[in-house]
Design a protein around this ligand. Structure first.
Ligand code: PDD
Length: 282
């Protein structure tokens, strides 16, 4: 099965896809992205992802002529060409090419790039056993609600987690407020209640997060969007991270401390089951 790329109107094999050196995405990380997955060959929650993509574009003043309908067709066409049933679609829009200067160029045409790759099943099996995470002081920028391609802090945090023998890192503010993981939102279960930090400029408003809250409530579990502190994390009965790629990743240790029984918990499983029933198998 081929891995597919799309660059400014053209579909081509991934290994042949290129962008120019003076693309502002390459020079300044001046762009935004989205990651959409498929279930059984069908892109999941494209509308929510594209709504967020347009919010990100607006926040950084990139104007694209492509509409949500056109981007949806590009995604669907890419998935079809790839033939993958379980695919990860990466869509990136940058400010385009211009001689290197910080000022926003007036007439640059935004670059639209997409890749379609198979989703490795291996990763899903790994998270089923639960993962270890560490906490790190928040050191990203103040607009984490924008899905910026500037991911260096996230890369460094992920590397720090790996060095510590963990799978991911959770960013925590100076006042101990928990934000999110390097590529996922944080949920915890405490006294049977589901809690996740409220939407703000400190976190990305995850599409999976919203669906999980909906699934939790549908499963009869009280779900609150409220501040979580680092000590709440340590004392939680269950913790999990959510994202498009990992769906629900149970966390079994934080900073080496065991969470709950040290195994993926029953409430997480119940919510995931409801999520699958409502959105995957529907
Ligand atoms: N990341 N928070 C951050 C910082 C993220 O990068 C992501 C997703 C999320 C979860 O968002 P969603 O549920 O919409 O996927 C939260 C994608 C998957 C990535 O960067 O690969």
């Amino acid at each position: 099965m081929p891995e597919i790329a799309y660059v400014n109107g053209e579909f081509l094999p991934l290994e042949r896809a290129t962008v120019r050196v003076e693309d502002r995405g390459f020079q300044f990380a001046d762009g935004i992205y989205e990651v959409v997955r498929t279930y059984g060959g069908k892109p999941f929650a494209t509308d929510a992802h594209l709504a967020r993509l347009f919010r990100s574009l607006e926040a950084i003043e990139i104007k694209v002529s492509a509409t949500a309908e056109q981007l949806t067709s590009i995604i669907e066409e890419g998935v079809k060409r790839s033939g993958f049933a379980e695919a990860i679609v990466y869509l990136q829009i940058t400010r385009g090419c211009a001689p290197r200067h910080r000022g926003m160029p007036k007439d640059a045409k935004p670059t639209i790039v997409m890749t379609v790759r198979e989703l490795p099943v291996r990763a899903m099996k790994l998270t089923a056993n639960g993962i270890a995470v560490i906490t790190l002081p928040e050191f990203r920028w103040a607009r984490c609600d924008v899905k910026s391609i500037a991911l260096l802090p996230s890369v460094l945090a992920y590397q720090a987690a790996k060095k510590a023998g963990a799978s991911d890192a959770i960013f925590v503010q100076e006042d101990e407020t928990v934000n999110e993981a390097t590529a996922g939102n944080v949920f915890l279960v405490s006294r049977g209640r589901l809690r996740t930090p409220p939407k703000s400029t400190h976190i990305l408003a995850g599409v999976t997060r919203d669906k999980l809250l909906e699934a939790g409530r549908a499963a009869g579990i009280e779900a609150a969007e409220e501040r979580i502190s680092k000590s709440d994390l340590y004392a939680a009965e269950e913790i999990f991270l959510t994202s498009t790629t990992s769906e629900v990743a149970p966390v079994v240790t934080v900073d080496g401390k065991q969470i709950g029984t040290g195994k993926p918990g029953p409430v997480s499983a119940r919510i995931y089951e409801q999520f699958a029933r409502m959105f995957i198998r529907a």
